[in-house]
Structures are given as C-alpha cells and as structure tokens.
Write a protein that binds this ligand. Sequence first.
Ligand SMILES: *Cc1c(COP(=O)(O)O)cnc(C)c1O
Length: 389
Amino acid sequence: MIFMPVGSSCKSGSYKIKEGISLKDIMTNNLGRGFQLYQEEYEEKVIEVMRSGWYILGQELKQFEDEWAQYVGSRYCVGLASGLDALILAFRALNIGEGDEVIVQGNTYIASVIGITSNRAKPIFVEPDESFGIDLNKIEKKITKKTKAILVVHLYGIPCEMQGIVDLCKKYNLRLIEDCAQSHGAEYHGKMTGTFGDIGCFSFYPSKNLGAFGDAGAVVTDHEELADKIRILRNYGSEKRYYNKVAGVNSRLDELQAGLLRVKLRHLEELTQEREAIAARYIEEINNELIQLPIPRKECRCVWHQFVLQTIFRDELINYLKERKIGTIIHYPVPPHLAEAYIGLGYQKGDFPITERLADTVLSIPVYNGMTEKEIDYVVDCINKFRGD
Ligand SMILES: *Cc1c(COP(=O)(O)O)cnc(C)c1O
C-alpha cells in the first residue's frame, strides 16, 4: 500500500518506512493539509467576499469580532493586522510606556517583548516553570515601583498558572495582559485564556491554531473604553473619517481574512480536539529515556500549538529525524534577553539559566491538523528508536 499525503509540499520524494509503505516528508507543520480539510468552504467564502465589493472594515470583520468575543468569553473583540500589533496596541491603550516596567517570561517568542519595547517600556524577565509558563514563585521579587503590568504568554498552548498571577496583579495593582498567540481555546480551570486580565492578545498568523491565510490578529477585553481606544488606534486614530483624535496606525484585519477566520472558527473545536488526540498519543506512546515530554498544567485544557520535547541530544535528534524525513523546529533557539536586538538591555549569558537551558534543549515535533495515524505511528516509532547518535 502506498501512502502519499495529499498536497504536502515536500521537495524530496517518498520515503520507505517498511515494506510496502512509503511516506512523504512529515513537516513540523503542514498548512496545506489544514486547508484541504475545509477547502470548499474556504473557496466559497473567498468568492463571496471578493464579489461583495467591500474589503476593509465591513460586515465580515464585525461578525468575526462578535463571534470571537463570544467564543473566548469576552465582551469585546477588535480585529487587527497581526498578533504583534495586538500586543503593541494593548500596551499603548493602557498607557504603558517610557519609564514603566513590564514583567514577562524569559522563554517567549520575541514578539511578546517587542510589544513592550515598541512602547518604550522595559521588559523585566522572569524564568519559566516546568510547563513553560512564567514561574509564579519568581514574579513577586521582580516587582518594583516602576512595574505597571505582567505579560503572561501561554506558550505552546499551555496556560500559565493564572490564579496566582491574577492575585498578584490585584495585590500590587498591576495590569494583566495575556499573549494568547499560541493558546486559542486553551482553558485554565475551565476559563479561557485571554479572559483573565485587562486585554488578551491573539495572533491569527497562518500556523497558529486559528490561522488565517495571511497576517491577522485581535485583542479581546471586557472594558469598553479599551476596546474603543484600540478600535480608534487601528484606523489612524479616527473614529469619524478624516477627524483624527490621536496619531494612530493602520492595523486592520481585512474582510477576506475575517471571512476565512469565520469559516475556520466554525471548526475550531474539532481542530483543537485533533491536536489533543495527537498530543495524547505522543504522551502515551513516546518512551525514550533521552527525551523529556512536555508537562501539561493540571486542570487546564492545553491546545498543543506545539508539542515540545527536551533533550540534551538535540542536534543528534534533529539529524536523526531529518534522515527519516521528519521535520522539527526549535521554538526558540535564542531567548529575547540574548537576542542581538536587545544587546542594549545589557544581559549576558548565564543571567537566566532555566530560559537558556530551554533554548538549548527544546525541540518541536510535528503536530498539525490533517496529520494521519500512520504519520503519528511513524514519528513515535522513530523517536522511540533514537539512541543518541
Ligand atoms: C506568533 C506570536 C506572536 C506574534 O504574532 P504575529 O501575528 O506573527 O505578529 C506573538 N507572540 C507569540 C507568543 C507568538 O507565538
């Protein structure tokens, strides 16, 4: 029997696993597969929007904003051009800027930090806990008179330890912003990420769990004045056309992307369950003493944006899997405090040993919608046979 994933865009030919079964490259992500799952619905929507003659700030966006707010459990949603813009405008709407400090975990994607520094505020890094979230026990000693907010990042789709963080924010009167770029639909104690603080920031970059077919993002909030402020900021600072209250930006989620996101949102629950099923198989079946599995947080729904292993034999594992046509990615090889972009912050190697160890040992393996049981079998089998060379 020949097994050939449809539409996978690998360059090399098929690979023989066992007698009779061959497989194309298994990429860490495969967006083409995700598209094919609901191809007709997407294509229909594209034609509908194209034919509508209205492409920016129209009905598709309004409806997507309502639907996303309702899905997340927030009162308001404002669609934006990207996840980074969501972060930048969230801090701006909260008047966090020059002279202010924002606490954030050290092991995040650099966009989280750019959201802070674009507003001229200073990121104060905290080490992560064993589930890759900000370590609750290490936050309090970083709070100073200048601290204005905590930015939590539900990295890889695992919610942070929210109860303690919400309590700390109350105790010190801090703003709470959530970076939910990787946590669409993730829940902490039955409550969705994005609803714990002042503003939840989402990215709909194509590879995210709810991904558009281009760039897109949004904020959610329960505060009307924050929603209004960001809605005005995203459109040059004007509420009424050509009457500008502030010097805003152009950061709008276009009609085509909004329409396509509405299609995907109808299927998000089943898409999330598919990711959960893949992760459950990995957790159940990967068994190799050289490899540490991710630790989901208790009483949480993790949505497995990435499935992240840790191993000190990372280079060997990458090459070993590559030889077997399995793709992997490192999320992320350089922590923000050591990024060239942030040399000015004055950090050095050794300042955040846990963050740095993660940067040296994490490895994401394939998880995507449309992944087949055979592909999962093969990934598990290969990883279990890895001997460190
Ligand atoms: C993707 C991502 C962002 C940025 O989103 P864009 O839409 O690409 O701008 C921010 N934070 C995290 C954690 C992300 O994964």
